[in-house]
Structure formats: structure tokens, C-alpha cells
Design a protein around this ligand. Structure first.
Ligand SMILES: [Zn+2]
Length: 704
């Protein structure tokens, strides 16, 4: 939830809300009077105006457009404010009870000392098991270290810079013959800035001795990638501290990639061809959120320039919303895009990139400015946004008008990868720009809008979320607007799950699998992420062999090629144009490649045949096809080979690729056919011949 701010509301509502706020801070608590109570609510809305009003007050609500209902977690104070608008609120009793049980069991664990264990032995951020699936910051960083030790060739670790608390640390000094340690540890700093009445909510033994850095894990087959430009998937997790699931989703996907390299063909293809840069954005805030749910920590812990001294949680409402602190369009959008009040949940900071966490991530992803080349260099994502002489400066600002460049897009050939900021819990996929600006002709669309919309619609099919560009509220100074604005990289916010403090059952059953599917798809389209989503997805590549076959054997291969894998949603705000429908086409062709990606120089794919698929939808039967054929292994060297299949639709657009293994046995000493020269070409020629034969046989009944 955001706190309530008059500028977000209509004048009448603003008066009501400020009265309610005053009440909430005083005596009246119609719902039990517990200022720490959190309610799960469903709020039906009757009009777009009401929806805007609600989402102006609530942060990360999930808007169910079908049933016209807003789902959210609200405090007692916020519940009052919604009721004061005259909108009926239904309390989700079951979910509210779960939240209550969580808080109760936490304080029980706290008082019994169950939480009082060294962090490495602690199973989770909380001891009662409800949230045992979420690693603490220490455990996440320990996982990074363990993965590096286990997979030294596939993992690099990066320290991006200190988080805010670490920037405040000072060596103990001697004052009046006494050591002054009050600036030398995480807990001493907390004690310095937070009054005892609030500090006592925390078990200080669970905080690290020293505050953390912002860190990243980078994975990929670096040896294989040497000298090549490879696309990068750059994720940030945990930028909003209380959103439990995102940080864990990223860590688990990284683990899946590494644990399955050489075992799962797609994981192998992904690490051979892509790099993954996964960043833990807000470790300080997370340490508070791990322990204290009722403080609802979202921001970083800047207790100096973002110190809050008013309201229910006062100092615990301090901090900068790092996802409003990014410099591209910082504090320019107005209309609720960010907040200038230090106590506000979307406080933007005292200046663009004022926070050390923002600087660390920005420097890492964007790199350094090269004035001579007029571009950013050396960052995790390359600069794909051409800058004319007028905009040739690190701010991307016109030397004539002083305005930012909102109009220049990246080439569809951008091969640098993409950026995704992981959040809870609005079940939506959002892309730039986050707000209409007068300077941009009241337009939220970027020059790359069509590409970004189609990426989102494909991704939405895989993670079941809504591809809608914006939520019902405006945002500015966000990660995604910055990395698109500076670099032209396709940049997203993915809002996952159903709750900030998501139950592990929901996480395991739904949130992780949904996002796994989404990242799996994006990983297979990362080579040209603005283009490949315009083509059909290919999945389930199967090579029919139970054991390695002698070279010369013909092996069946099949795959599902499907252009119907997309999910369309309305835009999140009534006056924003919805994303264009991707036109779903019939499948035109599919090709198989051995040991070469379809886009590798000299790659030669051989056509597969197409047949009907039992997965085709009746209204679009030819958009989903089974592709099949035979691979002639004549001339293939003994060992493991990679088989890739890519489909193309009747609009001529090739799509995402999937892989399978093909194992060729050691040649028997007496056998012939060991010649290696021209082996691959022979195999592919053989394959084509088989396909041709089959096509002739089926010509009479073929629907091609
Ligand atoms: Zn968030």
C-alpha cells in the first residue's frame, strides 16, 4: 500500500482521506483498533474513476478486470480510507486470518527465542515454516557463494556497491577514553535512528553484524562465450523489501539453470548462449522486512535525508523508494508518479539517483559514458539507443530544449538482452513509460511500444499475468523507464504472485512455476528480443533415442510449433491505448539445426514436415502444428550433440527456439563410415531427403 496523499485523490476525497488519516492516528478503529492489523480485501469497483481512485491509494493492487474487483492488502488506516470513499469493501476472512496467524506465530517465535539462531542455521526469514521457502539476505548471498564454488566456470560474483547502511559505517572512535561503537554495526545504526519503542519489535540478534553490499550473481558458459556478443537477462529482485517472492524466484531460476546445465537441453542452450545477471537490490530494507511484517518495509533505510518522524510507524516509514529514485524522468511526471514526502511509500529521494543502491545498480547495468562514442559502455546491458548530436550527453537531454529524448527508439535488431524488475503482487507485466507527460505529447508509448507489447503478450501467456503496460497508477523514476530510456533495452516490471508475504504453498504451487515458465520462454527468445516474439514458439523438441546411437542411424525428431501462445489484456488505464494485438498466423515452416543456433553464421537448417497437433485450438487450427522428421547421424562425431528447432509463421517471422540432446555412440573399430569431412552436411542432406520422401508419400492427403 502507499500511504495516502491528497494529490492522488480528487479534492473531495482528499478532504475525506485526511480526516480519516487524522482519525486513524487518534482513537477510532472500527475494525478492532489494532494499528498493526493487516486485512486482505476485495473491493468491487463500478467505474473507471472509482478504479483510478482506489489504485491511487493502494500500492500493487491486483485488478481483476473480468470481475471488476481490486484485491489488496490494507492496514486498518487504509481500510478506513477506502470505506470513506463510499465503496463497499469485502474482507477476505480466510486470507486475513492467515496474515493474523503469521503475525501471531512470529511474535510467539520471537518470545520463545525460536528466531534467535545464527542466520545460517535459520531455515528461513521466519521460523514457523509458513515462509520457510524464502531465503534471508545472508542465505541468498551464501547461495551465491556456494554456486560459485560448485560451478566455478559458469558463475561470476559481483559486488556492485554498498547499500545505504554500509555507507554510514565508521570505525569506532575513542571518546573520553571510551570506545564509541555507535556507528560501527548494523544494529548500532538502527539504534541510533529508530526509537526504542519501535526497535523492540525486532530481534536484534537476527541482523548482520555489518550491513550488506548490493550484490549480483552472473551465470553463463563464459568460456564458450569468449569474444562473442551474447544477450543478457538482467534482473533485479527485492527492490521493494516486503515483497517476499521476487527475490526467491530469481535465485531459484539461477539455481535451476546451473543444476541442469548438461542435463536439461534447454538449460544447456540458455547458459551456452545467454548471460544472466541477477541483482539483489535492497538488502537493508529486506533485513527489516524479514522480521517485521506490520512495518510493511518497502523502501531502503535512509534515516538521514529520508527520515520520517510522523505517522503510526514514524521512523519505520523512513527511506527512499528505490523504484522512484532512477534518473530518467525523475520527478517529472506529476500526477502521483512519485512522492516528495519522506514518509510516503513512494518517496523519490532528494535527487535523481540520490541513493547508493540506485547508483550501484545503475552503474553496473548502464556502464560508463563515453562522450567520444556518444554511448554508454561496459554495462551489463549494451547501449542500443542512438543519440543524435542534439542529445549527445549522458542525460540524453536536448542541448536545445533541455528536454529528455522520449522519441528515439532502439533498433529491432537490438541483441543486448532485456531488463526485468521483479515485484509482487499485481499479476501484471508493465513496460515504459510509466506516466503520461506533457513533454511527451501525453503519450505513454515509446518508439519500441509494439515490440515491447508483443514481448509482454508472449510472456503473459507463459506466466498467466496481465500484459498491460501500466497499472492503474502512474510511476516515474523507475528502473524500467531508466534502462529503456538510457539504453533502449526492452525493460519490464513483472508483478508476480498474490500477496506481499506470500504463503509458501502458493509460492511453490503457483508463483514460482508461473515465473519459471515466463523466464524459460524469454530465455529462448533473448537473442533478438524485439523480434523473435513476433514468431511462433517452439517447445517439446523430442529426439527419439533411448541410448546413444551409432553414427549413420536415422533418428526421429519432433516438436510443437505454436503461434497461438500469447495473452492479450486491456491497458491498465482507460485513456491509454491497449497494446496492439499480435496477429497470430498459421505455421509456415519449421527447421531443425544440429550444433548451431539458427542465427549462427553459416547455420544450415533442414525443413521438418508439419502435421496437425492435438493442442491446436479449433478456431485457429493451423497456428499450432506438430513438426517432425528424421535426423541422419551419418558423419556426426561420437558424443553429445545439440538439436535446435525453430518455427516460422506465414508472416515470415521466425520465433523462439527449443533444444534436445542427440547422443552418438563411439564408433566400433571394425565399422566403416568414420569419415568426418562433410559429416554434418551429409547428415543434414540425409535429413532433407527423408523429409522430401515423406512429403511425397503424404502428398495426396497433405493439407500443406
Ligand atoms: Zn514493488
Amino acid at each position: 500500500m502507499k500511504r495516502i496523499h491528497p494529490p492522488r485523490l480528487t479534492p473531495v476525497a482528499a478532504i475525506v482521506a485526511s480526516v480519516v488519516l487524522a482519525c486513524a492516528a487518534g482513537v477510532i478503529h472500527a475494525h478492532g483498533g489494532d494499528p498493526d492489523q493487516v486485512y486482505a480485501v476485495k473491493i468491487p469497483y463500478a467505474s473507471q474513476d472509482q478504479l483510478s481512485q482506489l489504485t491511487g491509494m493502494l500500492d500493487h493492487p491486483y485488478v481483476d478486470q473480468k470481475t471488476r474487483t481490486v484485491h489488496a492488502e490494507v492496514s486498518d488506516e487504509e481500510l478506513h480510507a477506502v470505506e470513506a470513499l463510499g465503496i463497499g469493501v469485502q474482507i477476505d476472512v480466510e486470507e486475513t486470518a492467515r496474515i493474523k496467524a503469521f503475525i501471531t506465530s512470529r511474535s510467539r517465535d520471537e518470545s520463545s527465542g525460536a528466531l534467535n539462531r545464527p542466520s545460517r542455521e535459520q531455515p528461513s526469514s521466519v521460523a514457523d515454516g509458513t515462509h520457510s521457502c524464502y531465503r534471508t539476505v545472508e542465505q541468498t548471498y551464501a547461495t551465491f557463494d556456494e554456486l560459485k564454488a560448485k560451478y566455478p566456470d559458469l558463475v561470476q560474483l559481483k559486488t556492485l556497491g554498498p547499500a545505504w547502511m554500509k555507507t554510514q559505517i565508521k570505525e569506532p572512535t575513542v571518546v573520553n577514553n571510551q570506545y564509541d561503537n555507535s556507528w560501527s554495526s548494523y544494529t548500532s545504526l538502527l539504534a541510533k535512528f529508530i526509537p526504542q519503542s519501535l526497535l523492540q519489535r525486532f530481534n536484534l540478534a537476527l541482523f548482520p553484524a555489518q550491513p550488506h553490499d548490493v550484490r549480483a550473481i552472473v551465470v553463463g558458459n563464459f568460456k564458450k562465450q569468449e569474444g562473442k556478443e551474447v544477450p543478457r537477462m538482467v534482473w533485479t529482485g527485492g527492490i521493494h523489501a516486503r515483497e517476499y517472492a521476487p527475490q526467491e524466484v530469481g535465485t531459484k531460476f539461477i539455481e535451476w539453470l546451473l543444476d541442469n546445465y548438461g542435463k536439461d537441453p534447454n538449460a544447456t542452450m540458455m547458459l551456452d548462449n545467454n548471460q544472466y545477471h541477477y541483482i539483489i537490490h535492497n538488502p537493508d530494507g529486506r533485513k527489516l522486512a524479514e522480521q517485521d511484517r506490520s512495518a510493511r518495509q518497502r523502501k531502503n533505510t535512509n534515516y538521514i535525508t529520508a527520515l520520517c518522524t510522523t505517522g503510526t510507524n514514524a521512523q519505520l516509514s523512513s527511506g527512499v523508494d528505490l523504484n522512484r529514485n532512477y534518473p530518467f524522468g525523475w520527478a517529472t511526471g506529476g500526477a502521483g508518479g512519485s512522492d516528495g514526502n519522506v514518509c510516503g511509500e513512494t518517496f523519490r529521494g532528494t535527487g535523481p539517483a540520490s541513493e547508493p543502491e540506485t547508483q550501484a545498480v545503475l552503474n553496473y547495468v548502464r556502464g560508463t559514458w563515453n562522450q567520444a562514442q556518444c554511448k554508454w559502455e561496459g554495462g551489463a546491458l549494451p547501449d542500443g539507443r542512438p543519440k543524435s548530436a542534439e542529445y549527445c550527453n549522458p542525460e540524453n537531454r536536448s542541448t536545445v530544449t533541455g528536454e529528455l529524448d522520449w522519441q528515439t527508439g532502439a533498433s529491432d535488431e537490438y541483441g543486448g538482452g532485456m531488463f526485468i524488475d521483479l515485484h509482487s503482487n499485481a499479476r501484471a507485466i508493465l513496460w515504459p513509460w510509466g506516466v503520461e507527460r506533457t513533454e511527451n505529447g501525453f503519450n505513454t508509448h515509446t518508439p519500441n511500444n509494439k515490440g515491447m507489447a508483443v514481448i509482454a503478450q508472449r510472456l503473459a501467456y507463459h506466466n498467466n499475468y496481465s500484459s498491460q503496460q501500466l497499472l492503474s497508477y502512474n510511476t516515474e523514476g523507475t528502473t524500467k523507464d531508466a534502462f529503456y530510456g538510457f539504453l533502449g533495452a526492452p525493460s519490464y516490471t513483472v508483478e508476480m504472485g498474490r500477496s506481499f508475504y506470500e504463503d509458501c504453498g502458493v509460492f511453490d504451487r503457483e508463483t514460482y512455476p508461473e515465473n519459471f515458465n515466463g523466464f524459460h520462454y524469454m530465455s529462448r527468445a533473448l537473442h533478438r528480443v524485439y523480434k523473435l516474439p513476433f514468431g511462433p514458439d517452439t517447445v517439446d523438441v523430442k529426439v527419439e533415442q533411448t541410448a546413444a546411437v551409432p553414427a549413420g542411424t536415422k533418428v526421429n525428431v519432433s516438436a510443437l510449433v505454436d503461434d497461438n501462445r500469447y495473452r492479450y489484456s486491456n491497458a491498465g488505464q482507460a485513456n491509454i491505448l491497449p497494446p496492439p494485438y499480435p496477429v497470430v498466423y498459421n505455421i509456415a515452416s519449421a527447421k531443425v539445426y544440429i550444433d548451431q543456433m539458427p542465427w549462427d553464421a553459416g547455420a544450415e537448417g533442414k525443413p521438418l514436415e508439419l502435421g496437425t497437433s492435438d493442442q491446436a485450438k479449433s478456431d485457429f487450427p493451423d497456428a499450432t502444428k506438430r513438426a517432425f522428421g528424421q535426423i541422419d547421424t551419418t558423419g556426426l562425431a561420437p558424443g553429445r550433440h545439440m538439436v535446435y528447432v525453430q518455427g516460422t509463421n506465414s508472416d515470415g517471422k521466425p520465433g523462439a527456439v527449443s533444444a534436445a540432446f542427440l547422443d552418438v555412440a563411439e564408433a566400433k573399430s571394425s565399422g566403416g563410415g568414420g569419415g568426418a569431412v562433410g559429416g554434418l552436411a551429409a547428415a543434414l542432406a540425409g535429413l532433407a531427403a527423408v523429409a522430401l520422401q515423406r512429403r511425397r508419400k503424404q502428398a495426396a492427403s497433405s493439407s500443406l
